[in-house]
Design a protein around this ligand. Structure first.
Ligand SMILES: *[C@@H]1O[C@H](CO)[C@@H](O)[C@H](O)[C@H]1NC(C)=O
Ligand SMILES: *[C@@H]1O[C@H](CO)[C@@H](O)[C@H](O)[C@H]1NC(C)=O
Ligand SMILES: *[C@@H]1O[C@H](CO)[C@@H](O)[C@H](O)[C@H]1NC(C)=O
Ligand SMILES: *[C@@H]1O[C@H](CO)[C@@H](O)[C@H](O)[C@H]1NC(C)=O
Ligand SMILES: *[C@@H]1O[C@H](CO)[C@@H](O)[C@H](O)[C@H]1NC(C)=O
Ligand SMILES: *[C@@H]1O[C@H](CO)[C@@H](O)[C@H](O)[C@H]1NC(C)=O
Ligand SMILES: *[C@@H]1O[C@H](CO)[C@@H](O)[C@H](O)[C@H]1NC(C)=O
Ligand SMILES: *[C@@H]1O[C@H](CO)[C@@H](O)[C@H](O)[C@H]1NC(C)=O
Ligand SMILES: [Fe+2]
Ligand SMILES: [Fe+2]
Length: 456
C-alpha cells in the first residue's frame, strides 16, 4: 500500500531507520469509501422572491452578543432589532447601521448590521425585524459561558453554493437528530463569481437559501477563494467586497485587525478562524496575531482548540492537491506545539478525515517529507461537500496515503459533538442517507487533557 512512500524513503539513507519505524506505524492508508451517489447535476436553484432576508453570527468573543444582519431590497426600512428574552415582556432595541455597495452594474439592497449585546448566557431570545406587514419574528439561543463542563454541538458545512444539492445539505443539517447549536462554515459561500460579471444577485439568493438556518443559529464564517471577488476587468479592484459588506465577524473583540481572521470562545471550544487568501506568512499581521492568539488559549477554560481554514493542509484528492502546503509550512509546528485538537477545512468538494500526523521535521534538505504519526497533532477534516454548482471532487490520489483515514466524494455535512473536556464525537452525514445515518464517525480525545490516548 505504501510503495510510493517507501521508494522515496530509501533515498534518504541517513534517516532510514527512523523513517522505517515511523512508516511501520503508518504503513497502510485508511478507507476509500466505495459508496457512489446516484446523480450529480449541479444546477443552481431559480432566483426566488425578493423579500428581505436575515443572518446572524456571534458578535463578541465569548457569546453574549449576536450580530443580526438583514438586507432589504427596495427601501431601508427600520434600522433596529427589537429583542426580548423568552417569556419576558421587556423588549429592547438594538440600532444597526445601514450601507449599500455597488459591484460592476449591480447595486445591493440596504444591508443592515446590528450588534445585539449584553445578552445572558444559556438563554433563548426572540427578535423582530420590520414593522407592520413586514414584521417577522426569529429566535436564537446563547451558548453556555466558556468553560470545560458544558457539552456543545457544532455543525460543519463548507462550499455550500445554492444548488438543489445545497438545499438538500441544509435540509439534512436541520433535521440532524444530533441537533447542532451553531455552525462552523468552512468558506466558499454563494459562488456568485462563477456567473458573468460575478452576478451579485447570486449573493442575495444565497442569503435567502440559508436564512432558514442562519436566522436562528450563528454561522461562524471562514473566507474562501470564492469570497475574493477581485475582478480588475470589471474595475472591481478591492478584494472581498461583497463578503465584507454582507457578512460581519467579531474580529475586533478578538484583537484582530481584519474581519477575515479572528477567534471566538463558544462553550468548551476556542475557535481560531484563519484567512488563506490574506497574507499569512512570517511578518504578516495575521501571523503575528495568530502566534499571540494561540498562546493565549487557556485549556482549563476552553479545552477544545479548533482551527478553521478554507484549503486543507492534508488532502489526498487530486483537486487542490498540496494547495494548503504553504500554510502548513508556516503554521503546522504551532498546531503541534499548542496541541490543536481539530483543523477543519473545505475547498475540496468532498469529505476526508486524517489520522494524527505531522510533517514538521521536513526542511527541504533532510528528505523527511513523509508525514509521521504524532499524538500532539490535530485530526484534519475536510468538509467541503456542501453541494455547489462546481460539483464533487471525485478524483483521488492512489493509493490512499497513510495520513488519510477515510475519504468519500458525496455531498453532506459534519457534526462535532463535544461531550466534556476529554471526549468529543465527530460524525459525517451524507445527503443520500436518512437524517440519522452517520457515514463516518469517530471518537476524539482531547489533546491537552488526554494526550497519550492514541485511538484518535
Ligand atoms: C458588540 O458589543 C459588544 C459589547 O459592547 C462588544 O464587545 C463587541 O465587540 C461588539 N461587536 C461588534 C461586532 O461590534
Ligand atoms: C417559558 O414558558 C414556557 C411555557 O410556559 C415554559 O415551558 C418554559 O420553560 C419557559 N422558559 C423559561 C426560560 O422560563
Ligand atoms: C449588467 O451588465 C450585463 C452585461 O452588459 C448585462 O447583461 C446585465 O443585464 C446588466 N445588469 C444590470 C443589473 O444592469
Ligand atoms: C412577534 O412576537 C411578538 C411577541 O410575542 C408578537 O407580539 C408579535 O405579534 C409577533 N409578530 C409576528 C409577525 O409574528
Ligand atoms: C428546499 O428544501 C426545502 C426543505 O426541504 C423544500 O421545502 C424546498 O421546496 C426546497 N426548494 C427547492 C427549490 O427545491
Ligand atoms: C484558566 O482558566 C481557569 C478556569 O476558568 C482559571 O481558573 C484560571 O485562572 C485561568 N488561567 C489563567 C492563566 O488565566
Ligand atoms: C535540516 O534537518 C536536519 C536533520 O533533520 C538537520 O541536521 C539540519 O541542520 C536541518 N537544516 C537546517 C538548515 O536547519
Ligand atoms: C466524558 O465523556 C465520555 C464519553 O461520553 C465518557 O466516557 C467519560 O466518562 C466522560 N468523562 C467524564 C469525566 O465525565
Ligand atoms: Fe474553495
Ligand atoms: Fe469550493
Amino acid at each position: 500500500m505504501a510503495s510510493s512512500s517507501s521508494s522515496s524513503l530509501i533515498a534518504a539513507s541517513a534517516v532510514v531507520l527512523t523513517i522505517i519505524l515511523n512508516a511501520s506505524v503508518l504503513c497502510h492508508g485508511g478507507r476509500t469509501s466505495t459508496y457512489m451517489r446516484t446523480s450529480n447535476n449541479n444546477v443552481d436553484m431559480p432566483v426566488d422572491d425578493p423579500t428581505y432576508y436575515v443572518h446572524i453570527t456571534q458578535g463578541d468573543h465569548v457569546g453574549t452578543a449576536v450580530i443580526v444582519s438583514w438586507i432589504t431590497p427596495k427601501a431601508p426600512g427600520p434600522d433596529g432589532v427589537i429583542y426580548w428574552k423568552e417569556n419576558s415582556t421587556e423588549k429592547k432595541l438594538a440600532v444597526g447601521k445601514i450601507a449599500t455597495y455597488t459591484y460592476y452594474n449591480y447595486t445591493s439592497g440596504f444591508i443592515h448590521h446590528a450588534n445585539v449585546s449584553n445578552l445572558e448566557f444559556n438563554t433563548k431570545y426572540y427578535y423582530q425585524l420590520g414593522l407592520g406587514k413586514y414584521a417577522r419574528n426569529f429566535s436564537f439561543s446563547t451558548p453556555p459561558p466558556p468553560g470545560p463542563d458544558a457539552p456543545y454541538t457544532f455543525g460543519l458545512i463548507g462550499d455550500l453554493g445554492q444548488t438543489f444539492d445545497s438545499n438538500s445539505t441544509i435540509d439534512h443539517y436541520q433535521n440532524d437528530p444530533q441537533n447542532p447549536q451553531a455552525l462552523l462554515y468552512l468558506g466558499d459561500l454563494s459562488y456568485a463569481n462563477d456567473y458573468p460579471y460575478h452576478d451579485n444577485v447570486r449573493w442575495d439568493t444565497y442569503g435567502r437559501l440559508i436564512e432558514r438556518s442562519v436566522a436562528y443559529q450563528p454561522w461562524i464564517w471562514t473566507v474562501g477563494n470564492h469570497e475574493v471577488d477581485w475582478a480588475p476587468e470589471l474595475d472591481e479592484n478591492v478584494p472581498f467586497k461583497p463578503f465584507r459588506n454582507r457578512y460581519h465577524t467579531p474580529y475586533a473583540a478578538a484583537g484582530s485587525t481584519s474581519p477575515f481572521w479572528y477567534s471566538i470562545k463558544r462553550g468548551p471550544a476556542y475557535i481560531i478562524v484563519m484567512a488563506a487568501y490574506s497574507a499569512f506568512g512570517y511578518s504578516s499581521p495575521q501571523y503575528s496575531w495568530f502566534g499571540q492568539e494561540i498562546n493565549k488559549v487557556n485549556r482549563s477554560e476552553t479545552p477544545w482548540l479548533i482551527v478553521l481554514m478554507h484549503p486543507p493542509m492534508y488532502n489526498s484528492y487530486k483537486s487542490h492537491y498540496m494547495e494548503g502546503e504553504t500554510m502548513r509550512v508556516v503554521y503546522e509546528s504551532l498546531f503541534v506545539k499548542y496541541k490543536v485538537d481539530l483543523v477543519f477545512a473545505g475547498h475540496v468538494h468532498a469529505y476526508e478525515r486524517s489520522v494524527r500526523v505531522s510533517n514538521i521535521a521536513y526542511n527541504i534538505t533532510n528528505g523527511l517529507c513523509t508525514p509521521v504519526k504524532n499524538l500532539n497533532a490535530p485530526v484534519y477534516l475536510t468538509v467541503g461537500d456542501g453541494g455547489n454548482l462546481e460539483g464533487l471532487s471525485t478524483s483521488m490520489t492512489q493509493p490512499q496515503p497513510a495520513y488519510s483515514a477515510f475519504r468519500e466524494a458525496s455531498f453532506g455535512h459534519g457534526i462535532l459533538d463535544i461531550k466534556n473536556k476529554t471526549h468529543a464525537y465527530f460524525a459525517w452525514h451524507r445527503n443520500d442517507d436518512g437524517y440519522a445515518v452517520m457515514a463516518d464517525s469517530v471518537w476524539l480525545t482531547n489533546r491537552y487533557w488526554d494526550p497519550t490516548d492514541d485511538s484518535n
